[in-house]
Design a protein around this ligand. Structure first.
Ligand code: ZN
Length: 342
């Protein structure tokens, strides 16, 4: 990446009102069959247009073709029964009805590869593609087959590696794994979570990223955040091992969060996607607020390794608010670029 401070988003962006209910997470589709297939691709094009209009440097599909960042991927795998549902606690936080693993899991055909090829055809900009991480996948299922979180995670890592290699061949520049579970299960992360992630990126030549956040701005997450005290030091538990890992980029929540920014020192040497946009509020940041967060991060991240980003996905926000936040991100990054060139 030649441009200093290239901007990107953590993942999802709002869907058009004709495709899914706006301002609602995991909203069901409004279209069916061929109309849905065509509608998703139109939405992808619109999302790309918004990102380009806002000056986002590393673009994505805005996750327009998926309803949920984990289950849409799992729906394409065999070995998981979506009729047979059990209630589990997601990341120790909230109950959810989830599908059951009933046999060996495998990927019969590519999941997002055609969508990635479509995005690649639409733009010359670098593109980033998000996949769920192995640990977050196992946390969104009831396992009635492997009876071992670790074993199932290794199986998913192999499957993710197959998909990632095909995404790379389709022209994706950065493959990102979403691992909010890394902020919760510290012992597992250090014992096998990071190793599973490295299995998922094995043999890739494109860049790789892991996104670790405190979640969307939904009530279960904001309630959880209230219990975390005045300083959020979760990152401290996993950063030392991540710093030693083969992952190129670490995507984090920073702006408006209680994460002590000096924790970034623990991953010195890695590229960091610094969350400078709060996705849990409709207030649109000013460019100067974005710049302030980036200035703080620059004390611990070398300028050539700092990638301004959002804290998490923006799917639950209105189109207008999301656009405002994308513009603020670009303008805030530009303030710092000018300062650095002086
Ligand atoms: Zn996130």
């Amino acid at each position: 990446m030649k441009k200093l401070l290239p901007t990107s988003t953590a993942g999802s962006l709002p869907k058009p009102t004709w495709l899914a209910q706006p301002e609602q997470l995991w909203s069901p589709w409004k279209l069916e069959d061929e109309e849905l297939v065509a509608g998703k691709l139109d939405a992808l094009r619109l999302s790309l247009f918004d990102q380009q209009q806002s000056g986002v440097d590393i673009v994505s599909d805005g996750e327009q073709t998926r309803q949920h960042f984990v289950t849409t991927f799992i729906e394409h795998l065999s070995g998981v029964d979506f009729e047979n549902r059990k209630t589990v606690k997601i990341r120790n936080r909230y109950d959810a009805s989830v599908p059951t693993v009933v046999g060996p899991v495998s990927r019969q055909k590519p999941v997002f590869v055609e969508d990635a090829k479509f995005l690649r055809q639409q733009t010359d900009k670098p593109i980033k593609w998000a996949l769920p991480g192995p640990m977050t996948m196992i946390d969104t299922l009831y396992d009635d087959h492997y009876k071992s979180r670790e074993k199932l995670a290794w199986e998913f890592a192999k499957i993710l590696n197959q998909e990632a290699k095909e995404l790379e061949a389709a022209g994706v520049d950065i493959i990102q794994f979403d691992e909010p579970a890394f902020n919760v299960f510290f012992d597992d992360v250090n014992e096998w979570g990071i190793a599973c992630l490295e299995r998922a990126i094995e043999g890739l030549k494109c860049e790789t990223a892991v996104h670790i956040c405190y979640g969307y701005g939904i009530k279960a997450n904001t309630d959880w955040k209230k219990t975390l005290g005045s300083e959020w030091r979760q990152y401290e538990e996993v950063f030392p091992k991540l710093q030693q890992s083969n992952i190129d980029i670490i995507s984090l929540e920073c702006h408006n969060s209680r994460v002590p920014i000096e924790l970034l020192e623990l991953i010195r040497g890695k590229k960091v996607m610094v969350g400078a946009i709060d996705v849990a509020t409709d207030n649109i940041e000013t460019p100067e607020e974005v710049a302030n967060t980036l200035r703080e991060a620059l004390k611990y991240v070398d300028a050539d390794k700092l990638y301004p980003c959002t804290n998490c996905g923006m799917a639950p926000l209105s189109h207008e608010v999301a656009r405002g936040k994308l513009n603020a991100l670009s303008e805030g990054a530009e303030i710092i670029r000018r300062e650095l060139s002086n």
